[in-house]
Design a protein around this ligand. Sequence first.
Ligand code: F6R
Length: 241
Amino acid sequence: MDIIVRPTAEKVGVAAADLIEPFVRRGATLGLATGSTPNPLYMELARRHREEDLSFAECDAFLLDEYVGLERTDEQSYYATIRREFTRHIDIDDEKVHSLNGLAEDPEAEARSYEERIHAAGGVDVQILGVGANGHIAFNEPPSPLDSRTRQIDLHPTTVADNARFFDNEDQVPRTALTQGVGTIMEAHTIVLIATGAHKAEAVKALVEGPVTPGCPASVLQNHPRATIILDEDAASKLER
Ligand code: F6R
């Protein structure tokens, strides 16, 4: 696992964009995270699209997760969020931005079909990840089996509380979600996890220096052959080694 530390969240975004850009240039399949952390990265990639001819026209993209019960048109759905924060600012074909259907009548069938769509696209070439303050990746809440597949899960109370900032109040945060599994994510060829801010320092310490355990699903990245962790100084502040 490679670790890169940069002074600010904006510089973390630039360092991550430097790793992602070569994949975009060869029309790779991208794995996209939502949430606040990747926004500087997405802004930087959109800038390179505008100013440096970086084209996403040959790329496919797969989202990591989706809330259960929100309409696609709900501005808090991850379907809508990724379009607003990233993909409407670049030239990717909207049809090639794939996400889980949080309104599927049969969530298990939806999860299976999502895995098949990833497989049919040749797998994810580069997966962008954030990490939850509780060590989750995507919505794989601790404890999550390290070989888990795409499935429906209950959100941990800390995740509901963390994500309440995007809603009018905590009661509106969905309690369940569909998420790629830890094992699904581990099949990506390359992984770039980014974390910024002091509130992520404990999770970063557990992910980098702790044991590989379902209690910290992100720790599984220690076993990935091509994972890079990019941190700002606050998120790196509890690392000892
Ligand atoms: C979102 C996702 C989550 C977030 C994590 C961090 O698609 O998969 O695992 O990456 O909750 O969220 P932020 O970046 O908002 O702190």
